[in-house]
Design a protein around this ligand. Structure first.
Ligand SMILES: [Zn+2]
Length: 366
């Protein structure tokens, strides 16, 4: 452990000099989209631009808690970790390594399911070589897919957050959680520069948007929640997804456990005071997929949302307030009626607005 820590510090020593992506949270993608909205509003294309709000039931932001189970000791602490999470009414996901690390018994998986937590596949054998070679990757992907079916898992995370998005087509999972927003402290640097889910072909990516417990405790040498709080605050400003990786393996130490409990308490506060949606990764996946199928359509002169789970969706508007972008979210079932000429202009915007899957507009009148 001491040698590993030393080698990592040497390998990562220049991390503070990296200027892009931005530490400790990179929101470049969100800033580009905001800039686009501001340009359109300033150019007078519309007084306000409708879109389908990011989260269900009007929640302003979202968080997921995930646990990668690295060793036998970690596996044996999963029960205790579920007790900890439950004490704060936070359900989480457990990423389980299917081969070579520890025995995965049916009773272990059953307990996770029975208690309302989630199981995902964590790599194949966690040797850090999953993406080294295409032919070998295909062989491994087949085994990973088989384990996914046996576990009843819809989600995947690779070892050490290694990723190669071009190869995702071989993975039979609905979502992946292996791409950091900013990877300064990861073995594979770079990052997706976003705090929102996004599609990679048929796979939904739920990016890792906060610093892993291991990096916080052993690379940054911190046992405070300050960094996590700063990251969460920045993510909430952008209405994004705060995702955490906490390993049962590193919680044996009382100091680490106390830090984790402070994080859980902070998230529970954000849920009660700021209405943050704390969900399972599978629920976020289900929502984001449903949202990508929804359409904004005019009914009379009002904007309505059609599609699966649209009863949980809200119409939102991007507006300018004092030259700054601002979002207004409609309360349920209360769609505002746009004036006719504004509706015509907004409709023409459909193709101009390249807001990924985030904006789905009616294409009539183009
Ligand atoms: Zn791992």
């Amino acid at each position: 452990m001491a040698v590993r820590k030393h080698l990592q510090r040497v390998q990562l020593r220049d991390w503070e000099e990296i200027r892009f992506p931005a530490w400790p949270v990179d929101v470049t993608v969100e800033l580009i989209l905001e800039k686009l909205l501001v340009c359109l509003l300033q150019a007078g294309w519309a007084d306000k631009i409708p879109f389908i709000w990011f989260w269900p039931d009007g929640f302003p932001s979202c968080a997921i808690m995930t646990h990668d189970v690295e060793t036998e000791a970690g596996r044996d602490f999963c029960s205790g970790l579920m007790d900890l999470d439950d004490a704060y009414r936070i359900k989480s996901s457990f990423q389980v390594i299917p081969e070579g690390r520890y025995r995965v018994s049916e009773s272990f998986l059953q307990e996770i399911r029975r208690r309302g937590f989630e199981i995902n596949v964590h790599d194949l054998n966690h040797d850090g070589r999953l993406f080294n070679n295409w032919e070998r990757f295909l062989v491994r992907a087949e085994r990973i897919n088989k384990h996914g079916r046996e576990f009843g898992a819809a989600g995947f995370r690779s070892a050490v957050l290694y990723h190669n998005l071009d190869w995702y087509g071989a993975l039979d999972f609905s979502y992946d959680m292996s791409v950091p927003s900013v990877g300064h402290l990861e073995a594979q640097r770079g990052g997706c520069c976003s705090v929102m889910p996004f599609f990679v072909g048929k796979v939904l990516e739920l990016p890792v948007t906060t610093t892993q417990d291991y990096s916080l405790f052993h690379i940054l040498n911190q046992h405070s929640t300050d960094l996590w709080k700063r990251q969460t605050a920045r993510i909430m400003e952008k209405h994004g997804l705060a995702s955490f990786i906490i390993h049962p393996d590193y919680l044996a130490e009382a100091r680490a456990r106390d830090t984790y409990k402070s994080l859980l308490a902070h998230l529970a506060d954000l849920r009660s005071q700021r209405n943050m949606w704390i969900a399972l990764p599978g629920e976020v996946n289900q929502w984001w997929r449903a949202r990508s199928q929804m359409k904004l359509v005019p009914e009379g002169k009002a904007w309505m949302i059609e599609g699966p789970e649209s009863d949980r969706a809200r119409v939102a508007y991007a507006v300018l307030q004092d030259e700054r972008l601002h979002y207004e979210v409609e309360p349920q079932g209360n769609c505002r009626r746009p004036p006719a000429e504004e509706y015509a202009r907004v409709s023409r915007l459909t193709r101009t607005m390249a807001m990924g899957d985030k904006v789905m507009m009616h294409e009539q009148e183009l």
